[in-house]
Ligand binder design. Structure first.
Ligand SMILES: O=C(O)[C@H](O)[C@@H](O)[C@H](O)[C@H](O)COP(=O)(O)O
Length: 259
C-alpha cells in the first residue's frame, strides 16, 4: 500500500489545469520509456474538468495520442451516446479533439449493445482487460500508468459505494452495479483489486461538499465504509484537491507546501 501524497490547489479550475499538466508529463514519460501509455478515465465533474483542461493545454500534443490506451474506471449502463454516459462526456471534453487510435479506446459496453445486462457487460470488460494484460503485469489487467478517480461526497470511487457489494469484491476485476445511490442506478465498475493494479492512482476532489469525504478517507477509515480509502496504486497514490476539499484535513495530513 502506498502512502497517499496530498497536493492542494487554490481552486477547482487550477486543480484541473495542474492535474492536466501532470498527466501530460506522465503520459509523455511513459511513451518515451515504453513506447505507449495507458490511462483509466473517470466520470464526474472533476474527471471531465481535467479532460477539458487537457484539451486546452498548450502542451496537449506533446502526447502521441495514437499510442495511448484509454480505459474507464466505471460507466453508467445506458444506451450508446446517452449524454449521461461517462464515455459521451469524455468525448465531448477531449477525446473527439485528439487523434486517438480507435482500437486503443476501450469503452465499457453500453446498455443497447450485445450484452443483456450490466453483469454480462462487466464480464466482457474483464475479459478485454485480461486479454490486454501482459505476463509482467500484476494480475488480469494491464499495468495502467495512471488510473484517475473522482471522489463522491460519500467517499465512493468509480461506482464502488460504501457497504455495497462492489467494494467488497476481492476476486473479479469488473462488476455490474445495481441500485447505486448516485443515479443512474445501474453501472459497470472496476473493483478495488483492479484499481490497485495501477502503477499510479490519482484521486480528484474539489469543492466543500467533498471535504468530509476527503478527511474520512485519509484518516484511516476502512475501504468498505470509505471506498476511496482502498484506492491506491502500486507505486503512487496521489490526492489532487482544491482548498475547499482539503479544508477538513488534519493539519498533519495537509501538505507543507500548500497555502
Ligand atoms: O460515474 C460517475 O459518476 C463517476 O465515475 C463517479 O465516480 C464520480 O467520479 C464521482 O461521483 C465524483 O463526481 P464529481 O466529480 O462530479 O463530484
Amino acid at each position: 500500500m502506498t502512502t497517499p501524497q496530498v497536493v492542494v490547489h487554490r481552486d477547482k479550475e487550477l486543480m484541473a489545469q495542474a492535474a492536466a499538466a501532470r498527466l501530460i508529463t506522465k503520459i509523455v514519460d511513459a511513451q518515451a520509456a515504453r513506447g505507449s501509455a495507458s490511462v483509466v478515465l473517470t466520470g464526474g465533474r472533476n474527471g471531465n474538468g481535467l479532460l477539458a483542461a487537457l484539451a486546452a493545454a498548450p502542451a496537449r500534443d506533446a502526447v502521441d495520442w495514437s499510442r495511448l490506451d484509454l480505459w474507464w474506471g466505471d460507466e453508467r449502463f445506458l444506451p450508446e451516446g446517452d449524454p449521461e454516459r461517462n464515455a459521451t462526456q469524455a468525448r465531448e471534453a477531449l477525446l473527439d479533439a485528439v487523434d486517438l487510435d480507435p482500437a486503443r479506446v476501450h469503452y465499457m459496453p453500453a446498455a443497447d449493445g450485445t450484452h443483456d445486462d450490466a453483469d454480462a457487460a462487466a464480464e466482457a470488460y474483464a475479459a478485454e482487460l485480461a486479454a490486454a494484460a501482459r505476463p509482467e503485469d500484476h494480475g488480469p489487467v494491464p499495468a495502467f500508468d495512471v488510473l484517475l478517480l473522482g471522489v463522491g461526497p460519500d467517499t465512493h470511487v468509480a461506482s464502488l459505494f460504501p457497504e455495497l457489494p462492489g467494494v467488497r469484491e476481492t476476486e473479479r476485476t469488473v462488476v455490474g452495479v445495481h441500485g447505486a445511490p448516485k443515479p443512474p442506478p445501474t453501472r459497470v465498475s472496476l473493483t478495488l483489486p483492479a484499481i490497485r493494479a495501477a502503477r499510479e492512482v490519482w484521486l480528484l476532489a474539489a469543492g466543500e461538499d467533498k471535504a468530509g469525504a476527503v478527511a474520512v478517507a485519509l484518516s484511516g477509515a476502512g475501504e468498505v465504509q470509505a471506498p476511496a480509502a482502498g484506492a491506491y496504486g502500486r507505486s503512487r497514490t496521489l490526492w489532487l484537491l482544491d482548498q475547499a476539499a482539503a479544508a477538513r484535513l488534519p493539519r498533519d495530513l495537509y501538505p507543507p507546501a500548500s497555502p
